[in-house]
Write a protein that binds this ligand. Structure first.
Ligand SMILES: *[C@@H]1O[C@H](CO)[C@@H](O)[C@H](O)[C@H]1NC(C)=O
Ligand SMILES: *[C@@H]1O[C@H](CO)[C@@H](O)[C@H](O)[C@H]1NC(C)=O
Ligand SMILES: *[C@@H]1O[C@H](CO)[C@@H](O)[C@H](O)[C@H]1NC(C)=O
Ligand SMILES: *[C@@H]1O[C@H](CO)[C@@H](O)[C@H](O)[C@H]1NC(C)=O
Ligand SMILES: *[C@@H]1O[C@H](CO)[C@@H](O)[C@H](O)[C@H]1NC(C)=O
Ligand SMILES: *[C@@H]1O[C@H](CO)[C@@H](O)[C@H](O)[C@H]1NC(C)=O
Ligand SMILES: *[C@@H]1O[C@H](CO)[C@@H](O)[C@H](O)[C@H]1NC(C)=O
Length: 478
């Protein structure tokens, strides 16, 4: 049945190719087709120039023999199929809603191995909130070489669309999101909503709801690669991974202004085996945030700033259990940021944060350079409780640079009832960016060792282990 279907498609491709050849109206990778055909979504996939070769070697020759077919002329592409959104009716003029074309291209690419959804350069495509879902054949690539943009602000956001997310990739395995292009979030009008902090009349903040869409979400997916793209001006979080396994992020640039609210760069939760490499993040909230249920995360070669630094948490909200383990953060530059390396938990949680290593971190003018805050609270009205997420085996090694003197550079505020244990500090040397330190380093109920003396010196880290430790460890449940 499938084969028959395919043969029919192939026949149609041939017919079209011959038709276009005869009428001599097509240029390289760009087809002049009648408006009627252009709007015909059932026809569109068939004229994708490289659709056929992969699966049909005996049939294909008529296409590869024509050099104007570009990539198809090259035998090495025989294992991939490119589904150019412009062949599916996308206009790419920065104004037309191209959602339907992207959906059709996705649907077609999803069905073949190594399918490529291509948003080519020199176009600006606008699409509305869309879920690109699987399962798909392995090796799927969503490649943006042009600009892929959100509708321009809340007034252009279709009322019926989710206001919490824009693009969602769902239930995919072995998929890449890449390209030399830009993902544009047009965030300004969202950041200026009167429900955003101090954006109301006379600097007030009007009551919500104040949902703004996260730009790119990956949900319940595995073996993902996200690379090379520039992702900018998100209305809210730029990228979110939830319930994923096996994520590699490489060479991304994320850009939003310093004062854009809630524009976290990359947020992960319930996600395991993650590598974030060689990326540049400049935004108005956490550079990278790691939520509950994450393990085996490596962050290497990332520059953050301005931003709110790299954050583990917040964890344990509403007495929830959080388990975070084996997180390595190394070779990082953090500049002009409100926080540097932060672990934050609410009072009353459960679970643990363990095996955290921060190594080779350069700070430039960073407030709260090294901070553990187990009293995290948005309203200042949180009560102290008797349970907390347990923090242990946290190491800081070779953390150097300058801090903003408005906050102490080292601050370990651990829970009253559940101490932090085995904090290791070595080669931590932080100097004021300008002015002089007002507050001394601070520790509360924090146990650990200084392998080398820190600058500024801290004398508040306690030796050994607290007596109540055994109880804590048993109760984490991770
Ligand atoms: C679209 O293409 C299909 C299949 O060739 C055809 O049956 C249908 O009439 C076309 N519709 C339009 C609007 O051109
Ligand atoms: C196919 O493309 C590759 C890489 O771009 C190139 O090295 C190779 O020579 C090409 N082969 C043909 C037959 O054009
Ligand atoms: C998909 O699987 C292939 C073959 O195992 C592998 O080479 C490739 O790296 C995988 N891609 C992703 C995005 O995981
Ligand atoms: C803003 O403040 C000015 C001066 O205090 C006042 O006259 C005006 O009524 C205020 N506007 C609103 C909307 O509160
Ligand atoms: C820790 O995470 C890394 C990936 O970041 C992984 O390679 C390693 O096996 C993990 N270690 C343990 C003990 O699970
Ligand atoms: C909670 O405990 C901390 C540490 O003992 C203390 O500094 C703080 O004042 C307490 N907060 C409340 C609301 O009791
Ligand atoms: C303390 O943490 C380090 C990792 O930071 C780990 O290698 C070491 O085994 C831990 N020590 C104890 C006593 O658990």
């Amino acid at each position: 049945m499938k084969i028959l279907h395919f043969l029919l498609l192939s026949l149609l491709v041939t017919t079209l190719v011959l038709f276009h050849k005869a009428s001599n109206v097509y240029a390289r990778r760009h087809h002049h087709i009648s408006n009627k055909q252009k709007n015909n979504k059932t026809l569109a996939p068939l004229i994708s120039p490289v659709y056929a070769p992969a699966r049909s070697p005996d049939y294909a020759p008529s296409i590869p023999s024509d050099p104007s077919y570009g990539p198809a002329a090259n035998d090495t592409t025989a294992t991939s199929c490119i589904f150019d959104v412009t062949d599916f009716g996308a206009v790419g003029d920065g104004d037309t809603d191209d959602t339907a074309a992207f959906k059709s291209a996705w649907k077609a690419a999803c069905q073949v191995e190594n399918g490529v959804v291509l948003a080519p350069n020199d176009f600006t495509f606008v699409i509305t909130s869309t879920i690109f879902s699987g399962p798909c054949q392995p090796g799927l690539v969503f490649q943006v070489d042009g600009v892929l943009a959100t509708p321009d602000g809340p007034d252009c956001w279709p009322e019926s669309d989710s206001h919490k997310q824009w693009i969602v990739f769902y239930r995919l395995d072995n998929m890449s999101f890449t390209g030399t292009g830009t993902i544009e979030g047009n965030g300004q009008k969202w950041w200026d909503l009167p429900c955003k902090p101090h954006k109301g009349p006379n600097g007030s903040t009007l009551p919500g709801p104040c949902d703004s869409p996260a730009m790119i979400r990956f949900f319940m997916s595995s073996n993902l690669v996200v690379s090379s793209l520039r992702i900018q001006n998100s209305p809210q979080f730029h990228m979110k991974f939830d319930g994923c396994q096996g994520v590699t992020i490489d060479k991304l640039s994320i850009f939003s202004p310093k004062l854009s609210p809630n524009t976290d760069g990359i947020h992960i939760e319930n996600t395991k085996s993650v590598g974030i490499y060689n990326s540049l993040i400049h935004n108005g909230d956490d550079c990278i945030s790691i939520g509950q249920g994450c393990a085996d995360v490596e962050i290497d070669g990332v520059t953050c700033g301005p931003s709110h630094g790299i954050s583990i948490g917040s964890l344990g909200v509403h007495n929830s259990r959080a388990c975070v383990s084996n997180i390595t953060v190394k070779n990082i530059i953090i500049r002009d940021s409100d926080n540097g390396l932060r672990i934050k938990t609410w009072q009353g949680g459960a679970g643990s944060v363990s095996g955290i290593s921060f190594e080779n971190i350069q700070m430039e003018n960073v407030r709260n350079s090294v901070i553990i805050d187990q009293y995290y609270c948005l309203t200042k009205a949180c009560r102290n409780e008797t349970s907390a997420v347990y923090l242990t085996d946290v190491s800081y090694k070779n953390i150097k640079g300058t801090y903003d003197v408005r906050s102490p550079p080292i601050h370990f505020a651990c829970s009253d009832t559940v101490a932090c244990t085995n904090i290791t500090m070595s080669e931590v040397e932080l100097l004021p960016y300008e002015g002089v330190l007002v507050d001394d380093p601070f520790c509360w109920n924090a146990y650990g060792v200084q392998e080398t003396l820190t600058i500024p010196p801290i004398d508040c880290l306690q030796d050994g282990m607290p007596e109540s430790l055994a109880e804590n460890v048993v109760s984490t449940g991770c």
